[in-house]
Design a protein around this ligand. Sequence first.
Ligand SMILES: Nc1ncnc2c1ncn2[C@@H]1O[C@H](COP(=O)(O)OP(=O)(O)OP(=O)(O)O)[C@@H](O)[C@H]1O
Length: 731
Amino acid sequence: MRTEATLRIMNRAHKEMTALPRQEQGAVYEFMNRFRANHRDPVLHVRAAGADSDLLAARVDGAYRALLLPVGECDYLLVAVKHRDQVADTLTRQAFRVNRVSGGIEVIDLAQAAQTSAPRSPRRPLFGAYTDEQLLGLGIAELLLPQVRTLSSEEELTELVGRAPQLTADVLVALAAGNSYAEVYAQITEPVAAEEPVDPDDFATAVNSPATQVFSDDEALQAVLVKDFAQWQVFLHPTQRKLAEKPTTGPTRVGGGPGTGKTIVALHRVAHLVKQLPPGKDKPILLTTFNRNLAADLRTRLVALGGQELTARVDIVNIDKLAGRVVSEAKVGTGRRIVDDNRVPDLWQTFLLEVGEKGWDADFLYAEWTQVILGQVLNSRSDYFRARRPNRGRSLTRGERDQVWQLTEQFTNWLDGQGMWTWRQVAERAARLEMDRAARAVAAAEESSGSLLRHRYRHVVVDEAQDLSAAHWKMLRAMVPTTGDDMFLAGDTHQRIYDNHVTLGSLGINIRGRSSRLTLSYRTTRQILAAALEIMSGEVYDDLNGGEENLAGYRSLLRGEQPVFRAAATWNQELDLIFEQVKGWGSPADGSVAICVPTRELAAAVAARLQQDGVPVTEIGPDGPKGAGGVHIGTMHRFKGLEYQRMIIAGVSHDLIPRGMIDRYETVDPKRYQRERQRDRSLLFVAATRARDELAVFWHGTPSPFLTARLTQQRLSEDPAARLGLDRQAL
Ligand SMILES: Nc1ncnc2c1ncn2[C@@H]1O[C@H](COP(=O)(O)OP(=O)(O)OP(=O)(O)O)[C@@H](O)[C@H]1O
């Protein structure tokens, strides 16, 4: 008779376990080990938990019991870890059911269901407009339906949502927020709906459904039992899990507002891809992003997720470094110094002065060179004559294009003569080298020449995809063969803070039909989210593929304080406000508070002021915070991908956000003006959405035009959904 068993942990059970004292946690691990080895071991006292329940109870130690749901022969789901005094109560309160829409196993709080005999208030029921069939069709748990019917106030809804299964909670909140049935179905239900018809009695199938919130499967559990438990802190929402694990037929994109778990999904995608690899020592998976500090952060998070074994198969590198590697491998540009891209407009200026060229503006040539010529990897003058110049404002005649082409050639020679080139040039060169390599690899394979030349990677996963340039995409496209699971991109164009606009389809990356969006924020409270969305009002964003993107359905179940918006007369007074706010938060030195400002000078001034008053500070540099403790201070670009419990955004004044220098484009190059303005708006949006619990926004003099009157006068009424928030603790 088989004694070994497989064991998975439901996320609720995991939460209960982590809340136990350390010693008891140890007892649970020991129990799990023992149970997996021999689930018939008499020491475990496995028995039916109650007369009316399918559950089994097993002994963890003198005080605690594990409740197990058999989901197959020798296959179990750990659904709860309870003190023995609470076992009977748990059995009367909780039922485990398979959701007919999602196919996932859900925990239903029967105590709630039992309270439904009489309507609790004579007011109009909240969901009276929908039939039972419609509500069930959206995925509401059947056992909770009678209670859903009686809900007539926000308080009642909040109470139910706090304990209902996730899909039920999501659907109810979205309907109550005024979304239509069709919208809720499309945004919430459909992404988690089972592909096959659901058999509600088939627990064996249900336990494998992505909708079952299983914290870890048996294999992962074994890893956990021998390694660090902390690495499994986040369990995926069914929508996230599906995206991370579903095989794809080609390039796939995951979008969604800040904090919706795009990075988490990208990391789990990598872990999933690693699992499918044949054994080996190579690194056939590339995980890349724009910034150096974010690449470092991805590495840390991936190690936390799966340890060194996982990262050993993954090349984690920021995109420019990757391009740099490709060119140095080919011995191109050896000895040349790479100059920072933000120095290049000045270099153009110097060059034009030196050659005495007065007919062209340095800024215009810089943008044309970087965005059109290098950006699209244009090889020749004739390619440039034919090139589309989207977003470039004024059109150019053939003669003008000829002049531009000649000037850029002269400029690159001039740079070369000084032993310099730019990151844009490196990216363009790397793209060309990789495209050549890919062509040779394909030809060799077709001729069965036995050549060992292959594409560099088997899978590419990109985070912060919105910031990559066309040349970067061309390089990446050439690095993987065109097959299923080739490219997985996570990003949000609302957070684009570098001036890179692309249409992926035109770069050989066809994401049409393979694009999804996450909508539930795990980071930010509803109050902060409402303010952040207000900052974005009126702006139109693209979907990386020529279409438009929006944040419809973007929501949070977390509730917190209203963000604070405060004016100061002068910068010095604003510094006082900053100090007072930090003090008001208890001047925590644990890295939970951050201050974000538009310029380096302002950052230095804030740091000096806080230090003068004895508050320890940590600068956020290009590689991330230079230490863990202190109050973190940095310019807006540095905050991408980070998150803090409390944030101050200071210097949100006219002429600082957006930068006053962009005004000069307003009449001469309106398209550029609009792009630069959008970029600065995105910077503010990114900064505001780094805050988890509290946000304070300050300015001196006239506020930034992105702060609407509703914000500056603190009249921001939350949308109906916002009023249905839950406390963080309730999650
Ligand atoms: N399923 C989940 N359960 C609990 N926490 C989650 C879940 N998914 C994401 N989170 C948490 O939400 C936060 C944001 O996640 P993540 O960084 O992946 O979001 P993102 O969409 O990449 O954000 P941004 O676009 O702002 O960089 C993190 O703290 C993450 O741990």
